[in-house]
Design a protein around this ligand. Structure first.
Ligand code: HEC
Length: 131
């Protein structure tokens, strides 16, 4: 299992670092500075700073590559607390498009309809996790 996760993460890293490997049909190229502006919509509930507590949503520092539902100090819905997967850009894309459809019972009252906006904010989350 650990090996599988490692291989997946490696594949992700390669895919992110080498955009020409991405499939343009379903994976829009993310622009992290555009994503930074889009993240303003998330900020009422989330922070990307290490250890920063936010009242409504879990901390998102290094969320890409992290086990879902495990940020400290956050009281998750039973559905997300029980989720057994690691956040990848693909999963984040599906989550942001429709959290409730991706994890039935999840409680995030927010959606990003635009695929480009989702790709941008995911690029920003990855970049912010490297600081
Ligand atoms: C109105 C508040 C609110 C807004 C706005 C919001 N979220 Fe959330 N988010 C939440 C809550 C609450 C949860 C936890 C859901 C649960 O426990 O089911 C969550 C969970 C998440 C998770 C899962 C984290 C984990 O630890 O598993 C990610 C990723 C996420 N949000 C990203 C975003 C992004 C990116 C945006 C902006 C595009 C955003 N959210 C906007 C409230 C919000």
């Amino acid at each position: 299992m650990r090996i599988l996760v490692l291989v997946l993460l490696l594949a992700m890293a390669v895919a992110i670092g080498q955009p020409w490997l991405g499939n343009p049909a379903n994976a829009a190229e993310g622009d992290r500075s555009a994503g930074r502006k889009i993240f303003k919509q998330c900020r009422n509930c989330h922070s990307v700073r290490a250890g920063k507590f936010t009242t409504f949503g879990p901390n998102l520092y290094q969320v890409v590559g992290r086990q879902a539902g495990t940020a400290p100090q956050h009281d998750y819905s039973p559905a997300l607390a029980a989720a057994d997967f690691i956040w990848t850009p693909e999963r984040l894309d599906r989550w942001l498009a429709d959290p409730e459809a991706f994890v039935p019972g999840a409680k995030m009252e927010f959606r990003l309809k635009s695929a480009q906006a989702r790709a941008d904010v995911i690029a920003y989350l990855i970049a912010a996790g490297k600081r």
